[in-house]
Design a protein around this ligand. Structure first.
Ligand code: ADP
Ligand code: MG
Length: 265
């Protein structure tokens, strides 16, 4: 694994008003091209962590560093501008991440349309040709080009999630956060999207934080796995060590639950 670092977060703390800490001192780094899986029960803080990294949520304290962008503070216009599409996300519900009034081409191109100071290498040769750019992005997520002229409601759940992925990679981010991206889909569609995403991630050298409560998916996609409990990373290991006996007692509990209930934690 490369020693180079794409993203680092140090001692992140986030408290919702009147509650205990939803994120209680989280630190980790991501290397170029690697996928780190994050598992934990419902309410453990996975989505809050994602929203803090995306600067969608104000955090109490802690530091975040993105490659080439320096330290960032949350919720300032300059922080968003500085990010310039370097971190993108795909969430569980594809319907909510796509504007129902926009044709697929406009949803896919939106992050690129707003990028003022950076031309992603991926689309350098077709930056001036919007349709060509959008077609390339759709090809990358293995969707037929004719969908570009349709609206989200005309697409299946799996197709919508592929569009959300195309949109997320359009700005050529160095980090993508996948927050339970396939949880709303049937098993076959889930598996197809995961395989497509793994190929895509390798091809474009994307670093990924992959959040799921589906242990089988996490095991398939991750290089490393982190376990979150009550806003803390309590275990962190290489994928091959998932089922070894030196795992934290809580990780073993999660695995036990998983084996009793099928694929979901
Ligand atoms: P997960 O994604 O692991 O299921 P969340 O990050 O959604 O967990 O939630 C972590 C904790 O923070 C939970 O206790 C949840 O109730 C609380 N929480 C999440 N979002 C909010 C919010 N907007 N306001 C208040 N509390 C919240
Ligand atoms: Mg969540």
């Amino acid at each position: 694994m490369s020693e180079e670092v794409v993203f680092t977060v140090q001692n992140l703390i986030k408290t919702y008003t009147g509650q205990t800490r939803a994120i209680d001192g989280i630190s980790f780094s991501l290397h170029p091209g690697e996928c780190v899986g994050l598992i934990g029960e419902s309410g453990s803080g996975k989505s809050t962590l994602a929203r803090c990294i995306l600067l969608m949520e104000k955090f109490d304290s802690g530091q975040m560093w993105f490659q080439g962008r320096g330290m960032l503070q949350p919720r300032t216009a300059s922080a968003y501008r500085a990010l310039e599409g370097q971190v993108q996300a795909v969430f569980q519900n594809p319907a909510s991440s796509l504007n129902p009034r926009l044709r697929i081409i406009d949803s896919v191109m939106e992050p690129l349309d707003t990028l003022k100071n950076r031309t992603p290498v991926m689309v350098q040769d077709c930056r001036q040709d919007r349709l060509k750019c959008a077609k390339r992005l759709l090809n990358m997520v293995e969707l037929p080009e004719h969908l570009l002229h349709q609206y989200p409601h005309e697409l299946s759940g799996g197709q919508k999630q592929r569009v959300a992925i195309a949109r997320a990679i359009s700005s050529e981010p160095s980090l993508i956060i996948m927050d339970e991206p396939t949880s709303s889909l049937d098993m076959i569609t889930q598996a197809q999207i995961i395989e497509m995403f793994m190929t895509l991630q390798k091809n474009i050298g994307l670093s990924c934080l992959f959040i799921s409560h589906d242990l089988a998916t996490i095991q398939r996609i991750s290089d490393r796995i982190m376990v979150i409990q009550k806003g803390r990373i309590i275990d962190h290991f290489a994928k091959k060590a998932l089922f070894t006996s030196e795992r934290h007692a809580y990780t073993q509990q999660l695995i036990h639950k998983y084996s009793k209930r099928g694929s979901k934690l």
